[in-house]
Every structure is written in structure tokens, then in C-alpha cells.
Ligand binder design. Structure first.
Ligand SMILES: [Fe+2]
Length: 406
């Protein structure tokens, strides 16, 4: 009987694997998984896509302001990704010289192979005298993707300017020889091909040193990033980068560097120094962009103890208070981010990871600083306001749509 059960499980597993490979290879030669990301500013957009089986060295983006007249084209940079059973070809193209606040139509592919359908996106407004609308969430998988129908409808209505997915995707991208990642990216295409889909990593992207995540996304950030003048594939800043959007300076960073130190410690220090440079520059430019918003994956404060969260203080010490960088317990804590973000007057911090939505009062060092009675704590807050929005896997995404005038 025991052998029979093993044999039956094996058959089931083999059948399941075969189905997954078949799904993975469905339309394998087609240009697919199209998604876009903001470039340096409102005049640029990065288009990223994949083919599974076949390389197409002539992959291009045709684009224009009319859906039946795609007059311009940009040749993509092609790279090959391989890891165990996973493999695919990535195509990345940087569109430049776009007009602000303009709808563009585009397709990807090539004459020699095939073309995708025609997609569209709208570039951002220029300047700071407008109020952007963002969808912000963490924790969206290929199963239990309860927010996706709402998100899709909202995108079709043009409710947002940018989507931020702040870590934990697909659960997990690398699984089943990368086919879970392929299917997730196909699932996202209706929204991510139309709206800039900006990302950073969560704990579920950690596999293989975040390489599956890195292979699928193309964040570059603004012109102040250290590798700004490099070629496109050397300009990728998928873990930390910044953007100016309307009246806000937005800084995206990795909380995961503090937890996966088996991939090294140096990135904690590099990121911290970059963050401080960014915050100094953002403050110098504060009249122009008065909001400073940071986003990462794991929140400093938690409502559910455990999962790397201190049961007594309900805080995640390494990110919030720092790490023993020289690895001796007696040494000073370094590179904690709470003091840094407080010192430079960050207004708003958004995180995912915990599968619910919470908005805190302004908080610093575990308390909400006192303020005059009857005042609105969120108006010109005395400390950063924290929002946890890791609930895409449940029912709703959270979006910020300012209603006050500038
Ligand atoms: Fe997470």
C-alpha cells in the first residue's frame, strides 16, 4: 500500500509538472508579459517584455500618438536569463522624448516573428502643480488575487497615474521553473502594460539572490541615480531608486537587505548612504517638491508579533534601529532608518508585508509626539505617518488621491 501511495503521488506530481511546463511554454515564441515603468522623468518610459523559447534580436517597440499610426520605434536590449529549469529572454526598451500628459499607443515584437496587441499608456504631467493619484500595495500573488478585478477596473477608468507594488509578488516568481513568474506577469499585463508598474522587493523575492525579480523588472529612477549615464541594462536600480512626481519626491528602498545578509552586508551601507544623499537633496528642493514619501516592504511597526517583529515592542529592530554591522553583539547599532527618516522630515512611509491596512498617527521612537489638542495630526505632521498596505491579497488596495488644493 505504501508503494502504491508513493507511486500515485509521483504520477500526480509528474502530471502537475507537465501541465505547469505546458502552461509555461504556452505561446512560448510570442512576445509577452508586457509591462512598463517610469523612466527618468515624464518624457521617458521603459517597456519590458519576454519571450520564452525563442530569441528575437530585432525586438522593437513601435509607438505613436495614434493607435493606427505607430510611427516611431526603439530597438530593445535583449538579455537571456537562466536558472535551473527557468529560462527566458528579456527585452527592454527606453522610450525618450515623449510629450507630458499625452496618450501613446505601442506594440512590441518584430517583423521577423510576431507582434503583440496594441497597448496604450499616458505620460505623467510635468512640473509640480498637479496632484497625482497612486495605487499602492504589497503582497499580490497569482492565487487569491482578490484585489485584481478592482484594480483592473480602476486602471481601465484611468483612476491612477502610477501603481506601486511594494514587494511580495506571485508567491513566488522562481517557483516551478519560473512558470509561476511567467503566469504572474501575464496576469499583470492588462494593468502593467497600461500604467507604470513600479516595484521593490519583499521577502518573497529573495530566492536566488533576488535574481528572478531582477530579471523581470526595469526600475531606473531619476537623473540623480549614480548610474544615470550608463547603458540601459547597467542603469537598472530595481532595489532602490527615487522619482519626482508632481509635488512629491518618492524614494523606494529595500527593507530586505537587512534580513538576507547571506548575500552580503555592503548593500546595507551603500543603500543607507544613498538614502541620506537623497534626503539631503530632497530637502534642498523642498519648496519645489514639499512631500517626501518613502516606500519599502516590511513596516518598522507591526500589529502582529512574531515574523521578525519584537513581541514586546512591536517593532522590527534591524530596519528601524540598525544592525551590528561588524557582527559583534556589543558593537553599536548602525544604519537604522527611523532616525534618518525623522531627521530629514519624511512625511509618509508606506509598507506591505502584513496582510491588512493600517494608518498610524505620526510616530517616532514608538510614540506619537504630543501636539496641541483639536489639531489634525496629519496636517504638517510632527513625525512621519506610517501606512501598512499589504492587503492586495485580501480585498482592497489602498490608493491616495489628494483632495486638497496645492
Ligand atoms: Fe512580506
Amino acid at each position: 500500500m505504501r508503494n502504491f501511495h508513493i507511486s500515485r503521488s509521483f504520477v500526480a506530481f509528474t502530471l502537475f509538472s507537465t501541465i505547469l511546463v505546458a502552461i509555461n511554454n504556452a505561446n512560448a515564441s510570442e512576445h509577452q508579459q508586457v509591462h512598463i515603468a517610469l523612466g527618468t522623468d515624464e518624457t521617458e518610459m521603459v517597456i519590458t517584455w519576454a519571450t520564452i523559447e525563442s530569441i528575437d534580436d530585432h525586438g522593437v517597440v513601435n509607438f505613436g500618438t495614434s493607435s493606427d499610426n505607430l510611427t516611431d520605434s526603439v530597438t530593445a536590449v535583449t538579455t537571456y536569463f537562466e536558472d535551473d529549469d527557468a529560462y527566458w529572454y528579456n527585452y527592454r526598451a527606453l522610450l525618450t522624448g515623449l510629450k507630458p500628459s499625452t496618450t501613446y499607443y505601442y506594440r512590441v515584437g518584430s517583423k521577423a516573428s510576431s507582434w503583440s496587441k496594441v497597448f496604450q499608456f499616458k505620460t505623467l504631467n510635468s512640473g509640480n502643480k498637479w496632484l497625482p493619484s497612486f495605487a499602492i500595495y504589497g503582497d499580490l500573488g497569482i492565487e487569491n488575487e482578490r484585489s485584481l478585478p478592482y484594480l483592473t477596473k480602476d486602471v481601465e477608468k484611468g483612476m491612477y497615474d502610477v501603481i506601486f507594488h511594494i514587494g511580495d509578488m506571485a508567491y513566488d516568481l522562481y517557483e516551478y521553473g519560473g512558470s509561476r513568474g511567467n503566469n504572474f506577469m501575464r496576469m499583470l499585463e492588462p494593468i502593467a502594460a497600461r500604467m507604470p508598474y513600479m516595484t521593490t522587493t519583499g521577502n518573497h523575492e529573495k530566492a536566488k539572490n533576488f535574481s528572478h525579480y531582477d530579471a523581470r523588472f526595469s526600475m531606473i529612477g531619476d537623473r540623480h541615480q549614480p548610474n544615470y549615464s550608463a547603458d540601459l541594462t547597467d542603469r537598472l536600480n530595481n532595489h532602490f531608486y527615487s522619482l519626482d512626481i508632481g509635488p512629491a519626491h518618492i524614494i523606494i528602498f529595500s527593507t530586505e537587505f537587512y534580513y538576507y545578509t547571506r548575500w552580503g552586508w555592503e548593500q546595507i551601507r551603500w543603500q543607507y548612504r544613498w538614502l541620506e544623499d537623497e534626503l539631503i537633496r530632497a530637502n534642498q528642493n523642498r519648496k519645489e517638491r514639499p512631500w517626501i514619501i518613502v516606500m519599502g516592504h516590511r513596516p518598522f511597526y507591526c500589529l502582529v508579533a512574531g515574523d521578525k517583529c519584537n513581541r514586546k515592542t512591536l517593532e522590527r529592530g534591524p530596519i528601524k534601529n540598525g544592525v551590528h554591522y561588524d557582527k559583534t553583539k556589543k558593537s553599536q547599532l548602525n544604519y537604522g532608518l527611523e532616525d534618518l527618516f525623522y531627521k530629514y522630515g519624511v512625511d509618509l512611509q508606506l509598507y506591505g508585508h502584513e496582510h491588512f491596512f493600517v494608518r498610524f498617527y505620526p510616530v517616532h521612537k514608538n510614540v506619537s509626539p504630543s501636539r496641541p489638542k483639536e489639531t489634525n495630526p496629519y496636517e504638517d505632521p510632527v513625525a512621519p505617518v506610517f501606512i501598512t498596505t499589504g492587503n492586495a491579497v485580501r480585498y482592497f488596495i489602498y490608493y491616495i488621491q489628494p483632495t486638497n488644493s496645492l
